[in-house]
Design a protein around this ligand. Structure first.
Ligand code: SF4
Length: 220
């Protein structure tokens, strides 16, 4: 199939998937609406944890303070602003609905059943996009993508190769940018974050994104 036809077919498949995802009510404890980024053909996928309480009203992931911090990291090291990043990188998450507040404060972490249930969407997205690079943001996303639990300091700052949904991918892990954890603001987190962002900037798939190469943005 010619490349242009394949892109058109995959974009259509992503949009159908989004329509189906928008109607998902599979998790009784989750609070809608379903939040996802636009249908963007990209070899780079970002996987976050779950939307916060504000993302639903904005209709896009990382729309509030954590997003401001994270897009600031990308602007500083990749040289692309938030809107450009959103238009060129496919943004996904372990869970697509707001989990609600945790009893002790902060957002509730999606439980294992919810994460496993919502993984079905990631699997389908991965099959369509065939990513080369996955940016895993926060401990839950890192654990789900790499399939292991390790301290952030053992993972952030390196590029890991793993099989994710049947496909070999490079994984660059980032700490969660929310204000809830100071990890990325104090040492060794600060330096390790810089190393991780440098890894991202040097990755060939990200280089295509930043020089506006193979990725193809498309409005929903
Ligand atoms: S978290 Fe995922 S699986 Fe659960 S209701 Fe939302 S979209 Fe569906």
């Amino acid at each position: 199939m010619p490349a242009a036809d394949r892109v058109t077919k995959n974009l259509r498949a992503l949009r159908v998937l989004h329509e189906q995802m928008d109607g998902c009510r599979a998790c009784p404890k989750m609070i809608g609406p379903v939040v996802h980024g636009p249908a963007v053909m990209s070899r780079v996928m970002l996987v976050g944890q779950a939307p916060g309480p504000r993302e639903g009203s904005f209709g896009r992931p990382f729309a509030w303070t954590a997003g401001r911090t994270m897009f600031g990291w990308f602007e500083r090291t990749l040289g692309i602003d938030e809107e450009t990043f959103r238009a060129r990188v496919y943004m996904a998450a372990v869970a697509r609905c707001f989990p609600g507040k945790a009893p002790g404060g902060g957002d509730r972490r999606p439980d294992a059943e919810e994460s496993a249930r919502c993984e079905a969407w990631l699997k389908r997205e991965s099959a369509i996009l065939e990513p080369e690079l996955v940016i895993a943001v926060g401990t839950l996303a890192i654990e789900r993508v790499l399939g292991e639990k390790s301290p952030l300091a053992a993972i952030v700052g390196s590029t890991r190769r793993c099989v994710w949904h049947g496909r070999e991918v490079d994984v660059v892990a980032l700490p969660h940018p929310s204000g809830a954890s100071p990890w990325h603001r104090i040492e060794p987190g600060r330096t390790l974050l810089d190393h991780a962002l440098a890894r991202l900037a040097a990755h060939p798939a990200m280089a295509e994104v930043t020089r506006r190469g193979a990725s193809r943005p498309s409005p929903r």
